[in-house]
Ligand binder design. Structure first.
Ligand code: IPM
Ligand code: MN
Length: 352
């Protein structure tokens, strides 16, 4: 397996080190080999060279099976520059049309939801990752005047809906939830009467091919209520790019915070290159102190393995994470774990 590694900025390289340590341990235990390519992309490189992705960079990535990203973002770089120049560029250029975000409360992890535990908080969000308001379509009229008008257009294509929703149904089937297979489409069909109508029609058509999956629907505002009140209702959620961005941060909070939430930007097509990352940012104020939580980063490695042909290894890492959160760590907050960043990585390796 060829993995491109972008440790990135701030605490990104620290958590990446722990994820790579766990990768080495599980590769040995499961007898597979891999090759790493270290890339210095991110805010620091941009400040040093003015370049975010070097010439031929996308081609370099395409030659890999997967990308592992620690975190990018530098306090001296204008917010949005690296996000757009790196993260969004990779999503679009590599056509990573699925953003996969498990919302899983690991044992021993505190949730702000009273009376809910790991049995109640365990669902997955399948966010479309290349269309909607993220397509970058829009413009200004009379910019800078009192009469200024700005547009930002959400686009939805039949092809884009089809590939994302079909993948979500397939994923729900494979996940095979013993409580019943349910895919909840989350949208706003009562207001977005064109775009979400196309999504709705596509969804209903595809649902016919998956009679064993309950094809369910929630409006996005109601979904936010249920996340807090009845998270146990959900199995898999399919949602649009912008709504997915918002509800997955809510999801991250109910699963115990940014220290534990992992995600994948996936191109499931043959030969596609996908990217896995912890959801927390580069947290510059904690960098170099060895206090940041690497669990989300290790969870991202588990996802990388699961989706890159090493599902057994991925599951082993996930089990090891849960044994460490359940029996060792005091908290998931930076500096309060009861262990250093490195020690948490070591504990996961021992549990493996
Ligand atoms: C995410 C992030 C990105 C997004 C930002 C950094 C562009 O918030 O992955 O959810 O909005 O998609
Ligand atoms: Mn987001």
């Amino acid at each position: 397996m060829k993995i491109a590694v972008i440790g990135g900025d701030g605490t990104g390289p620290e958590v990446t080190n722990e994820a790579l340590k766990v990768l080495a341990a599980v590769a040995q235990a499961e007898s597979f080999t891999y090759e790493l390519t270290d890339l210095d992309w991110g805010g620091q490189r941009y400040l040093d060279t003015g370049e975010i992705i070097p010439d031929g960079g996308i081609e370099t990535l395409r030659a890999h099976d997967a990308i592992y990203l620690g975190a990018v973002g530098h306090p001296d770089v204008t917010p949005g520059v690296i996000e757009k120049g790196l993260l969004l560029t990779l999503r679009f250029q590599l056509d990573q049309y699925i953003n996969l975000r498990p919302v899983k409360l690991y044992p021993g992890v505190e949730t702000p939801l009273a009376g809910k535990g790991p049995d109640e908080i365990d669902f997955v969000v399948v966010r479309e990752n290349t269309e909607d308001l993220y397509a970058g379509i829009g413009g200004f009229l009379k910019k800078g005047t009192a009469d200024e008008v700005a547009t930002q257009t959400a686009i939805y294509s039949r092809k884009g809906c089809e590939r994302w929703l079909r993948w979500a149904f397939e994923y729900t089937q494979k996940r095979n939830n013993p409580k019943g297979k349910r895919l909840t489409l989350v949208g706003k069909t009562n207001v977005l009467t064109y775009g979400h109508d196309l999504i709705w029609r596509t969804y209903q058509e595809i649902a016919g091919d998956y009679p064993d999956v309950e094809a369910d629907y929630n409006h996005v505002d109601a979904c936010c209520m249920w996340f807090v009140k009845n998270p146990e209702y959900y199995d898999v959620i399919a949602t649009t790019n912008m709504f997915g961005d918002i509800i997955t941060d809510l999801g991250a909070m109910i699963q115990g915070g940014m220290g534990v939430a992992s995600g994948g930007n996936i191109n499931p097509d043959p030969g596609g290159t996908s990217m896995y990352e912890p959801m927390g940012g580069s947290a510059p104020k904690y960098s170099g102190q060895g206090v940041i939580n690497p669990i989300a980063a290790i969870g991202a490695m588990a996802m990388l393995l699961e989706h890159s042909g090493q599902a057994v290894a991925g599951q082993r890492v996930l089990n090891a994470i849960q044994s460490v959160t359940g029996t060792k760590m005091k908290s998931q907050s930076a500096g309060k774990m009861g262990y250093s960043t490195e020690q948490v990585g070591d504990l996961v390796c021992q549990a493996l």
